[in-house]
Design a protein around this ligand. Structure first.
Ligand SMILES: [Zn+2]
Length: 187
């Protein structure tokens, strides 16, 4: 049994030339072992490098996505804090009535929400000019207006409501007077 140390070169190139291979195979067991280990380690190293490169790509994508969403959020905040929330911004003549571009929507559960249709800023009934309240948490209100302020703004936009499903009502097929079903009847 040889006590000779096996020289393992982890930086060995993966490709071994035909000459090197022939030379190594002609050598003693130790040289063959060196070759084998270098081949295996070279392959392992290449796999690790590929994994690392892949992970770097994923990290970079993640980082880019975070930066993009951060930039998107920041732009939204800037737009919403600068928006006049009025219709025809800058083009209104003094004789024109003040008309805010605020849409009011009522959800099925009765909650109201106001939204500027220009900058998409949203206000819920619990919002103050200092804070937006979302899911029980307070966030700095970058618009500087709360529900009370926004509710006082005149707007000619119509209120919208979420569709209330006809609960418990079976789907009925229209019938004619003599009871014939008319499934294709349009109303
Ligand atoms: Zn706005």
């Amino acid at each position: 049994m040889s006590t000779e140390k096996v020289n393992v070169n982890v930086n060995a190139p993966v490709a071994v030339s035909k000459e090197e291979m022939t030379e190594a195979l002609r050598g003693n067991d130790s040289a063959k072992m060196d070759l084998l280990l270098n081949l295996l380690l070279g392959q392992k190293e290449r796999e690790l490098k590929e994994q690392e490169a892949k992970q770097r790509g994923v990290d970079q994508q993640d980082f880019t996505a975070r930066q993009e969403s951060k930039a998107y959020f920041q732009k939204k905040v800037t737009d919403q804090s600068r928006c006049s929330h009025m219709k025809g911004n800058g083009t209104r003549t003094p004789s024109q009535a003040i008309d805010y571009n605020i849409g009011t929507h009522q959800y099925i559960d009765g909650r109201f929400e106001k939204k500027c249709l220009t900058c998409k800023a949203k206000w819920e009934q619990s919002d103050t000019k200092e804070f937006f309240v979302r899911n029980g948490r307070k966030f700095h209100n970058w618009t500087g207006f709360g529900w009370d302020e926004v509710s006082r703004w005149p707007s000619t936009n119509k209120i919208t409501r979420s569709e209330i499903p006809a609960a418990g009502k079976p789907e009925s097929v229209p019938t004619s007077e003599d009871g014939t079903e008319l499934p294709d009847m349009q109303f």
